[in-house]
Design a protein around this ligand. Structure first.
Ligand code: FAD
Length: 340
């Protein structure tokens, strides 16, 4: 591991000042469950690591008139134990699926949302696109866990976040703070003290076209401070993840859904697939076919088939198409209370 300067801010303003210092490459430390591996493997070699753990405002869960605001530093345990989050079932499905008490105790919401890809070529030092001398290693090599959608460009990895599908289905926004976050959006309970803006989570991720681009829209000097979830009392939700192992594992495919049923018919639906593309994959077409229909095995299967209809699997991962399809179908049935 290369040596680095260690900063431990106690306010968001201090964190932003440490992150934004000119000419210094920085990295953000939250729970550290992934960052420490990245530093050890020298996949990241920052001159300064900014540890967020002493910033109390990042650890709050605040009910609002129009929803709920969650600090990025909340751990999975803190989320699981929060009575205010009781309505957002799909988040609990995610936490249940992360079967390691160490990660539940240390891993944070912000760390999950910003988790760098697990692509083994990236993790072996070939960059976010997994390129060697201009050749895409995921394209020509072992791509069994790679993308089946959104993979026509050089990025073949899958987005690693487990919360993003559920949160995007809920219509969540993230508060980005730091250099260049323009509008100065304050928190519900305080004035703006740092540059900040709220961005719908569905626009937070990006598909890099070159090795110099990231997998999110965060620029150097920026971080997530909070997540906002809308109050939607009529919506029910679920996440369904397909995991290979009983213990700690990454999903092969997942789906987060939100449903509004009225008189037995679907009035509104949002479906987002995870671990199938470089970004969480929102599928409006699949949701549209459900509107006005009863939610049952047949309609859920039709929507699921729509969800994966545009898949373009790589040489070794066609099996993921059926798995993603099943994840969507089961998430829909689960949200409707038809899957036990
Ligand atoms: C050995 C091991 C195996 C694991 N295996 C799995 C697994 O199989 N499945 C699974 O789901 N999880 C796994 N995890 C947990 C995984 O690391 C989680 O995703 C965890 O939620 C990350 O949270 P963290 O707070 O520890 O993130 P950190 O490691 O602190 O950060 C992760 C990334 O996000 C960035 N970051 C963190 N917070 C912010 C923020 N607020 N704003 C901007 N960027 C930020 C960091 O700079 C870093 O790049 C594993 C962890 C370990 C140690």
């Amino acid at each position: 591991m290369k040596s680095f300067e260690y900063a431990r801010p106690t306010t968001e303003a201090e964190a932003v000042a440490f992150l934004g210092a000119e000419g210094i490459q920085t990295a953000i430390l939250a729970g550290g469950t992934d960052l420490t591996s990245l530093l050890r493997a020298e996949l990241l070699t920052p001159a300064r690591v900014v540890d967020l753990k002493q910033i109390p405002s990042l650890r709050t869960i605040t009910p609002l008139d129009d929803g709920i605001q969650i600090g990025a530093l909340c751990t999975l345990d803190e989320l699981a134990q929060s009575p205010q989050l009781g309505h957002y079932r799909s988040l609990f499905d995610v936490i249940d699926g992360i079967r390691a008490i160490q990660v539940q105790g240390c891993g944070t919401l912000g760390g999950d949302l910003c988790h760098l890809p697990n692509c083994w070529y990236f993790r072996k030092g070939y960059g976010i696109l997994g390129m060697e001398q201009g050749v895409s290693l995921p394209e020509s090599g072992d791509n069994r866990y790679h993308a089946i959608l959104g993979n026509s460009g050089p990025a073949k990895f899958v987005n690693a976040s487990r919360f993003a599908p559920a949160l995007i289905a809920w219509g969540a926004k993230v508060r980005i703070i730091g250099l260049g976050a323009a509008s100065g959006a304050g928190l519900s309970n305080g004035p703006a003290v740092v540059d900040a803006e709220w961005v719908p989570l569905e626009y937070f991720y990006s598909t890099p076209q070159t090795d110099r681009q990231g997998h999110t829209i965060l620029r150097p000097g920026q971080m997530i401070s909070h997540v906002w979830l809308p109050e939607s009392p009529l919506m029910s939700s679920a996440t369904y993840e397909v995991l290979q192992m009983e213990g700690l594992d990454w999903p092969l495919a997942a789906a987060g859904v939100c449903l509004q049923l009225e008189g037995g018919l679907v009035r509104d639906a949002r479906i987002v697939m995870g671990h199938v593309a470089p970004v969480p994959w929102l599928i409006d077409d699949a949701a549209r076919v459900l509107i006005g229909q009863p939610l049952n095995e047949e309609t859920a299967a039709t929507a699921a088939a729509f969800a994966v209809a545009q898949s373009t699997p790589l040489s070794m991962n066609a099996y993921k198409v059926q798995i993603a399809c099943t994840a969507v179908k089961r998430a829909l049935l689960k949200a409707a209370g038809q899957l036990t």
